[in-house]
Design a protein around this ligand. Structure first.
Ligand SMILES: [Zn+2]
Length: 468
């Protein structure tokens, strides 16, 4: 491809999202001065610092010196608070047009929980998005028979599980995403093969597997607090016998029964196991809250719907979702009770030292790409996390989970220049994580006007850049 066609292709891709955000060339030095650097590892706030960026990396962090000669472009961030770029560790992406919303909300990385059977093609599509967070790409969902979602990989027997892991590894996904209906024997074979192939497996807890068994088997993360209340219950064995895939109302009642029969000692033993084995929990409180409030007109008239396509707004109505079609007010009420039990459970796990990650389940009803990560941080604080711990669950902890603390998670020389500038202190009040003045995405600068441009483009979109 010669230079002319390259620039045409670039122009075309930028037109696709509406406008070119303000960006500085990454070879140039950018200096952010007089900013308070939030050290998310310790909770220390380093006042009046100068942070220099070059080539998409942080080059230095030093005390601001007004006599120092200006070099490169200088951004005076007096009064501002600088935090590492945020990660949403549980998302779904349906449309490339969702992706700028992450950047507009300071989310510079996401973990995609339902990939594709053709990962290289998916990665190529994702790479064509002009403004996007880094995406950790899960496999297609691996489920039992029948699968919940179209496009899943079905495993019935242990040999299916072994072959599936081999195929997913060869296809290049970052991890194997597992789901509710995998039979027990297939699950343990999948875990064995994943260990042999050195590929992580993560996702739901299959209905027929105990949370303690999943920790022993090496499941890297459990989503949605799946199986935790059941694993804490005196009735664990009988509840697992009764759980059936696709029976959502029955499942809700069984989880409620589990919460009502919790054995605190058993619970602490399970949490100790999560700690020892490194079984990360992604509570997705945003999702649990949404399911409980889908019949609440105040909740469903969220102003952020303006950023979603008409098709998504339609799909998010409960009558258009197979999971909620049988729900009456009593089911929504029960789910609201489960949501507050989930918050309490999250607080107990936090105090027990269970490693936690912030994840929203974006693109599920009323789980907004980008925006909802801030909802999740607020819900984690409501659950008992400190603002610092909540912030860690979206910065330092994802870096640890991904084994990438060398380049991500904190503001320090050598780390990637993924940064969010806030106008107020997030450690004083986690809601200040929404007061975003600027974002750097691998060194690319988006000032407030550029972020607003991303938001305004989203309002005009039609949802036509489908991922599949
Ligand atoms: Zn999900």
């Amino acid at each position: 491809m010669n230079l002319r066609t390259l620039s045409f292709a670039l122009l075309f891709s930028l037109i696709a999202v509406g406008s070119l955000p303000a960006q500085s060339a990454s070879s140039e030095t950018t200096v952010i001065t007089h900013v308070t650097v939030v050290d998310v590892a310790t909770g220390t706030e380093l006042k009046d610092r100068t942070v220099a960026l070059q080539g998409g990396r942080i080059v230095s962090v030093s005390v601001s010196d007004s006599n120092a000669p200006a070099q490169g472009s200088v951004i005076d961030a007096h009064g501002g608070f600088l935090i590492p770029g945020l990660w949403d560790m549980h998302v779904h992406i349906q449309d490339l047009e969702d992706l700028p919303l992450y950047i507009a909300n300071g989310v510079t990385g996401v973990r995609l929980m339902f990939g594709s059977k053709h990962t290289p093609a998916l990665r190529a599509k994702l790479a064509s998005a002009p403004v996007a967070p880094e995406v950790i790409v899960g496999s297609a969902i691996v489920d039992g028979d029948p699968p919940v979602w179209e496009g899943s990989i079905v495993v019935k027997r242990p040999e299916d599980a072994r072959r599936t892991v081999d195929e997913i590894k060869a296809d290049g996904a970052d991890f194997v995403k597992i789901y509710n209906g995998i039979p027990r024997d297939a699950y343990f074979t999948l875990a064995d093969e994943a260990r042999k192939q050195n590929i992580p497996f993560a996702g739901h807890l299959p209905y027929k597997v105990r949370a303690s068994e999943a920790a022993d088997a090496g499941q890297r993360s459990i989503e949605h607090l799946d199986g935790i209340a059941v694993g804490c219950s005196k009735r664990e064995e009988s509840i697992i016998k009764e759980l059936q895939p696709l029976h959502y109302i029955e499942k809700m009642n069984l989880v409620a029964a589990a919460f009502n029969s919790v054995d605190a000692v058993k619970c602490q033993a399970l949490f100790a196991q999560f700690r020892d084995k490194g079984t990360w929990q992604v509570p997705t409180l945003t999702l649990h809250r949404a399911f409980g409030f889908l019949n609440d007109g105040h909740f469903t008239s969220d102003a952020r719907l303006a950023y979603m396509s008409g098709e998504v707004r339609h799909r998010w109505q409960p009558e258009n979702d197979f999971r909620f079609r049988r729900w009456r007010p009593a089911e929504f009420e029960l789910h609201r009770e489960l949501f507050s039990a989930d918050e309490k459970l999250t607080g107990v796990m936090y105090r027990a030292g269970v490693p936690l990650l912030a994840g929203t389940d974006a693109m599920n009803p009323f789980c907004f790409p980008g925006f909802s990560l801030h909802d999740e941080l607020g819900l984690l604080v409501d659950s008992g996390l400190t603002p610092l711990a909540a912030l860690q669950s979206a910065t330092l902890r994802p870096a640890e989970f991904l084994g990438r603390t060398e380049e991500l998670g904190v503001i320090a020389p050598g780390k990637r220049a993924d940064l969010v500038l806030l106008s107020a202190d997030p450690l004083a009040d986690i809601r200040n994580s929404k007061q975003i003045q600027a974002v750097w995405l691998q060194g690319k600068y988006f000032d407030r006007a550029a972020l607003d441009q991303l938001l305004n483009s989203a309002k005009r979109r039609f949802g036509k850049s489908k991922l599949r």
